[in-house]
Design a protein. Structure first.
Length: 176
């Protein structure tokens, strides 16, 4: 079992580093959907070789971000017998044991909380990320040789944009 950082160009098949920043918006504290892909076909074509139980750090979440929801969609079927666990720190609180051998939106599984905001384990799933982290995908059951997965998250950037450098006065104060 190995860990592959798909946010770093140092990993075979990854062309550039991901940027640990949220997509720009006029109001930075709005809800956003972010996504990244785990493309085994492209990684294998670039010389990658993977084993049962390998961990892929797929979607980078910036510090001070509230993750409301996350999940995965199988865009291209994986090798027979492959299953998916997805969470921070290679756990299984988002998706637990999903069958990824056919195209689908992954079900939560026994322990998972994908696509739910309220549930018995929601506190382990909907969480505030205080330091930059990744949502990890563990592929188990067989060594993946083919497949493509879209990993997504609905997030709110709660970094205090502009609070430290707010103006002491504004134009209307100068005009009065």
């Amino acid at each position: 079992m190995a860990t592959y950082d798909l946010t770093s160009k140092d990993t075979t098949g990854v062309s550039s580093d991901s940027i640990v920043a949220m997509p720009s918006a006029k109001n930075a504290n709005v809800m956003k959907n972010i996504e990244a892909y785990l493309d085994i076909d492209a990684l294998v074509a670039a010389g990658g070789s993977f084993a049962d139980g390998d961990i892929f750090q797929v979607l980078e979440i910036p510090a001070n971000t509230l993750v409301l929801n996350a999940g995965a969609e199988v865009m291209s079927a994986f090798t027979s017998s492959c299953t998916l666990d997805m969470d921070f720190a290679a756990g299984d609180d988002i998706i637990d044991g999903a069958d990824i051998t056919s195209t689908c939106v992954c079900a939560a599984g026994t322990n998972g909380q994908t696509n739910t905001i309220v549930g018995s384990a929601a506190s382990t799933y909907t969480q505030f990320v205080t330091t930059t982290d990744t949502i990890d995908c563990t592929i188990a059951g067989a060594a993946p040789a083919t497949g493509r997965l879209r990993v997504y998250a609905t997030v709110i950037d709660l970094a205090g944009h502009g609070l430290d450098d707010k103006p002491t006065d504004v134009d209307r104060d100068q005009l009065a």
